[in-house]
Design a protein. Structure first.
Length: 96
């Protein structure tokens, strides 16, 4: 299967954007998301029992593609809050 590569600012299914960047590697002019990048607070952050959506990180990573010595993140990777990465650069496809 193939998946788009995840960059700085790409969203998960609830709108949480990646916050960390790999400054030396870009895709379509945007830095790749850092390995285990932070994620912006997203719904239901702030509601009782929803704190995991306030401080999430991206997990997973492609097993065969690395940047700056760490696996790249791809659409379909999950965040620690269980939301899935849904946005990425379709011009750079990673095989998994």
């Amino acid at each position: 299967m193939t998946f788009p590569i995840v960059r700085l600012g790409d969203r998960n299914g609830a709108g949480g954007k990646t916050t960390g960047a790999r400054k030396s590697v870009k895709s379509s002019g945007i830095s790749l998301a850092a390995y285990r990048s932070g994620v912006t607070p997203h719904p239901c952050c702030g509601s009782p029992g929803c704190s995991v959506h306030c401080n999430a990180n991206v997990t997973g990573g492609a097993p065969t593609v690395y940047a700056e010595g760490k696996p790249v993140h791809i659409v379909s990777d999950s965040d620690t809050c269980s939301h899935t990465r849904v946005q990425g650069d379709k011009k750079v496809i990673v095989y998994k």
